[in-house]
Design a protein around this ligand. Structure first.
Ligand SMILES: Cc1ncc(C[n+]2csc(CCOP(=O)(O)OP(=O)(O)O)c2C)c(N)n1
Ligand code: SF4
Length: 283
C-alpha cells in the first residue's frame, strides 16, 4: 500500500503562500492514490521555481536544461515504458523556452504527462513577463505593461486535438489531484495546465483573483466535442473553467514505431560490435 509519506517530506525554498506548495501536495496525493511506488515514477524537470518541485519528492528524477524537460521525458518513456513519466515545470519553461517542444509533444502523443505550473510570470528570475502573462500586466521588466497577447496553452492543445487537455487550480488540491490521476492514466500525451499564484511577483493574478473566477466544469461539458472544447479553452477572464477541457482518442506515438514492438529498449542487450561497425561506416 503506497501512501503520500512514501514520497517524502522536504523543506522547500519557496515563498510562504506560493501555489507550488499545494501543487506538490496534489502530485503526491495523485501518485499515492494511483498506487504508484516512488521507484515506478520519473519526474523530468527544467529550470525555475516550479522546476524545483521534483527535488522535494522521493522518486526518480532528471533535471534538464531550461525548457528541455519534454525531449528528455520523451526519450525516457520510449526507452522504458515501465516508468510513469511526468514532465513538471513552469509556464516560461514549458511554453516559452520549451515552446517548440510543447508543440512537438502535442503532435507526437508519446505517453507522458506535462504538469505546467502556470503562475503567468518568470518567478525564479524575479517576475519578468512569461508567454502566459496577461496583456497589459505591469512587471518590473515591463513597467508600461506587457504588450503581447497571452499564449493560451489549453486552446493550442485543444486545437491540435491533443489526447488529454485539462486546467487545474492550486487552490483546489483534491480536484487537481483527480485531474493529475486522469492525466497519468491517459494513454498518450496529457497536459494539465495548473493556475498558480506567485505571491512575490504576480500582483494581478492573486489567489483571490482566481477564487472569484475559477469554476468547475460540470457533466454538461463534453470534452470529446471539438467545438465545446475550443469554446471552454478560450474562456479566461471573468470566468475560468477548470477540469478536463478536451479529450481525443489518438493512438500513442509508441504504436507507430515498429522498433518498439520488440520490447523496451532499456531491457535489450547492446551489441557493441554492431554499434562499432555502424559508427565506423560513417568515418
Ligand atoms: C535558455 C535559458 N534562458 C533563460 C534562463 C534564465 N531563466 C532561469 S529560470 C527562468 C524563468 C523560469 O520561469 P518559469 O518557467 O515560468 O518558472 P517559475 O520560476 O515561474 O516557476 C529563466 C528565464 C535560463 N536558465 N536558460
Ligand atoms: S517567487 Fe513566486 S513562484 Fe517563486 S517561490 Fe516565490 S511565490 Fe513561488
Amino acid at each position: 500500500m503506497v501512501g503520500m509519506e512514501d514520497y517524502g517530506q522536504f523543506e522547500t525554498a519557496w515563498c510562504p503562500g506560493c501555489g507550488n506548495h499545494a501543487i506538490l501536495k496534489a502530485v503526491k496525493k495523485a501518485l499515492a492514490g494511483l498506487g504508484l511506488a516512488p521507484h515506478e515514477v520519473l519526474l523530468v524537470t527544467g529550470i525555475g521555481q516550479a522546476a524545483k518541485a521534483p527535488l522535494y519528492m522521493n522518486c526518480n528524477m532528471f533535471t534538464g536544461l531550461h525548457g528541455r524537460s519534454l525531449p528528455a521525458a520523451t526519450g525516457a518513456r520510449l526507452a522504458n515504458p515501465g516508468l510513469t513519466v511526468i514532465a513538471e515545470s513552469g509556464d516560461g519553461c514549458s511554453y516559452g523556452e520549451g515552446g517548440n517542444h510543447f508543440l512537438a509533444a502535442l503532435r507526437r502523443n508519446v505517453n507522458i504527462t506535462l504538469l505546467a505550473h502556470d503562475n503567468q510570470v518568470y518567478g525564479l528570475t524575479k517576475g519578468q513577463a512569461s508567454p502566459t502573462t496577461m496583456q497589459g500586466m505591469k512587471t518590473k521588466a515591463q513597467p508600461f505593461g506587457q504588450p503581447s497577447l497571452a499564449f493560451n496553452p489549453v486552446a493550442v492543445a485543444a486545437a491540435m486535438r491533443a489526447g488529454f487537455v485539462a486546467r487545474g487550480f492550486s487552490g483546489e488540491i483534491e480536484h487537481l489531484a483527480g485531474l493529475i490521476q486522469e492525466a497519468v492514466r491517459h494513454p498518450g500525451f496529457a497536459l494539465v495546465d495548473i493556475l498558480q499564484p506567485c505571491v512575490s511577483f504576480n500582483k494581478l493574478n492573486t489567489f483571490s483573483w482566481y477564487k472569484e473566477r475559477v469554476y468547475r466544469l460540470g457533466p454538461e461539458h463534453d470534452p470529446t466535442d471539438f467545438a465545446q472544447a475550443m469554446s471552454k479553452a478560450q474562456e479566461f477572464g471573468e470566468r475560468i473553467p477548470i477540469g478536463v477541457i478536451a479529450r481525443n482518442d489518438r493512438p500513442p506515438f509508441e504504436a507507430g514505431v515498429p522498433g518498439l514492438a520488440r520490447g523496451p529498449l532499456a531491457a535489450r542487450s547492446l551489441d557493441r560490435d554492431a554499434l562499432r561497425r555502424i559508427v565506423e561506416s560513417y568515418a
